[in-house]
Design a protein around this ligand. Structure first.
Ligand code: MTE
Ligand code: MO
Length: 179
């Protein structure tokens, strides 16, 4: 268990100002979009508290987050019927894949704040993904694009030996895990 908030990434931390941030919604969507912060702010803000689990075995309990539900953002683009999978792209060249179903979950957010403060660059600010039901590697920092796909495509860690699904309660850390 950790008290402070560890920082973990590939080491290149892109500086993005809130005003300069854009999110591209592309792939299997009816209406491709480029969303800015003003549009994001028109969507309902929600507060959730959740635990985060890094695959390298640290866990931080009861982190308060604020953000917009990813499904509300996706509704602006309208997933096409064949869309089943998604990639969440970070500005550092990172990506993580998830089933579209999980992007629709109540607690899957585009987070803009944690611990009562706007997200700092080190934690993926101004906007990161937050997917509480998966290991934290699925929560892309510096989120700048979401692409929807008919077929599953592995992301950065999923092509480097991490489990495709990454459910912490099933301990799905690495590819080859039995669950
Ligand atoms: N864009 C991007 N997102 C990322 C990463 C990264 O390297 N780049 N690392 C992932 C991993 S492995 C973890 S554990 C968490 C760490 O988030 P934190 O630095 O805010 O603790 O971010 C995830 N999201
Ligand atoms: Mo991680």
């Amino acid at each position: 268990m950790v008290e402070r908030f560890p920082v973990l990434d590939l080491g290149h931390r892109p500086k993005i100002s809130p005003a300069g941030w854009r999110l591209t919604l592309k792939g299997a969507v009816e209406r491709p979009q480029r969303i800015d912060r003003t549009q994001l702010n028109t969507l309902p803000m929600v507060d959730i508290t959740c635990d985060i689990h890094c695959v390298t075995r640290w866990t931080r309990l009861d982190v308060p987050w604020r953000g917009v539900r990813l499904r509300d953002v996706l509704a602006l683009a309208g997933p096409r019927p064949e869309a089943r999978h998604a990639l969440l792209h970070g500005m550092d060249g990172y990506s993580a894949n998830l089933p579209l179903e999980l992007l629709m979950a109540d607690d899957t957010l585009l987070a803009i704040a944690a611990d009562g403060k706007p997200l700092g660059t080190e934690h993926g600010g101004p906007v990161r993904a937050l997917v509480p039901s998966r290991y934290f590697w699925k929560s892309s920092k510096w989120l700048v694009a979401i692409s929807l796909h008919a077929d599953d495509e592995p992301g950065f860690w999923e092509t480097r030996g991490y489990h495709n699904e990454g459910d912490p309660f099933r301990e799905q850390r690495y590819a080859g895990s039995k669950t």
